[in-house]
Structure formats: structure tokens, C-alpha cells
Design a binder for this molecule. Structure first.
Ligand SMILES: [Zn+2]
Length: 201
């Protein structure tokens, strides 16, 4: 059935999305068949325009509409307080808490061996340069509560250590391995407010 091959292609595309299994993908595909053509066009255009509209900020690595993001450009933000996160989407999670008034830096990768290589090494060097440039007084390491995330935080703590730089980590109160995106906003806010100075635990 030729008709089926068109729908199967759509089901395959939808299945590539996170948390969507084959059955759910089928349900979404069949639901779309009942949508108004204008609605389908709107959904398609919103998806297609993503790589054209959303870039990565050249300063922090977060998502941005221009070369640099609104947070990096904002003089009202505390540029001496920098949070280090794993992925660009983590910035949105912390922005929702309203507890973060500083700026961010995205690592993109976590430490896998004993020393960073490739992209991570480049990002960490950029981070070090930025700390010097912004005259950062506090850095909050908000890497994930996983083995890799915590290994990365410990590496950064020793690599970035200078007498004038306070290095803190989130106060989780969460089970080891919990992913930030599944943590509710109030808990995340508390984790920022009650942050712990590293090396004093
Ligand atoms: Zn930025």
C-alpha cells in the first residue's frame, strides 16, 4: 500500500523524538491526519525554522536568537556569578527558578576519562578565559548528579581553583543519578539558594 509508506515515514520521524515509542508515534501520526492543513503547516514550519532561528551563543554556548544570548548581553545580570551547566537546555530549567541572577556557561560534554580531551578541553579553556575576563567571584558547578557529572565538577574545582574564586555546587537533596530535567522547579530553586562551597563538605 503506497499510502502506508507515507504514513510510515512520518511514524519513523516521530519515533526519533525522546520518550516516544512506536505506538505513541502511530497515535500522533494518525491524529495529524485529522488536523486542518493549516495547523499541520504551522507545526511543520515551527520545526523547520528551528535551525534557522535558534543558534548557540558565542559567549556562553546557550541557545540564542543572535550571535550572543539575552543573558550574556544583559548588564543587569550579575556577571561575577557564573553557573556551569552540562547542556544548553539546563539554562531554561534554572531560569524558571528565578533564583539565578548570574550568567551561565555550557560545557556540552562531561568528563569521561581522567583528563578532558577534544571539545570538552576547548570548552574548559574557554571557561577559564571567561572567568578571567568577567572577573568572576563565584562559580556554581551545576553538572548532573551522575558519576560523570560529579567527576567533571571535581575536575573543574581543582582546575579552576584560584584564591579569589569561590567554587560552589548545587545542594541537591536528591538521589544520586536524578536528572535535572525531572527535578521540580521549587527543589531546583532550593538547590541554588542553599548551594554548598566545594571542599568544605
Ligand atoms: Zn550567552
Amino acid at each position: 500500500m503506497k499510502e502506508l509508506s507515507v504514513i510510515n515515514a512520518l511514524i519513523d520521524s516521530i519515533s526519533a523524538l525522546p520518550s516516544i515509542g512506536k505506538k505513541t508515534a502511530e497515535r500522533i501520526a494518525y491524529a495529524l491526519l485529522d488536523f486542518e492543513p493549516s495547523k499541520i503547516k504551522e507545526i511543520g514550519e515551527n520545526i523547520a525554522s528551528l535551525p534557522l532561528k535558534i543558534k548557540r551563543c558565542a559567549i556562553c554556548g546557550g541557545y540564542s536568537l543572535g550571535d550572543s544570548c539575552e543573558i550574556c548581553q544583559n548588564p543587569e545580570r550579575n556577571h561575577q556569578f557564573m553557573m556551569v551547566v552540562h547542556e544548553p537546555k539546563d539554562i531554561f530549567l534554572f531560569e524558571k527558578t528565578n533564583a539565578m541572577k548570574g550568567i551561565y556557561f555550557v560545557l556540552d560534554e562531561l568528563l569521561k576519562g581522567s583528563k578532558p580531551t577534544g571539545k570538552l578541553e576547548t570548552r574548559i579553556n574557554l571557561l577559564k578565559n571567561r572567568i578571567q575576563k568577567e572577573k568572576t567571584s563565584e562559580i556554581l558547578l551545576a553538572t548532573p548528579m551522575s558519576l560523570e557529572g560529579q567527576t567533571t565538577a571535581l575536575y573543574l574545582q581543582s582546575f579552576l581553583k584560584t584564591p579569589n574564586l569561590k567554587i560552589t555546587r548545587l545542594a541537591y537533596g536528591l538521589p544520586f543519578g536524578s536528572m535535572l530535567e525531572y527535578v521540580d522547579t521549587i527543589t531546583l530553586k532550593q538547590a541554588v539558594i542553599a548551594r554548598i562551597k566545594m571542599g568544605e563538605e
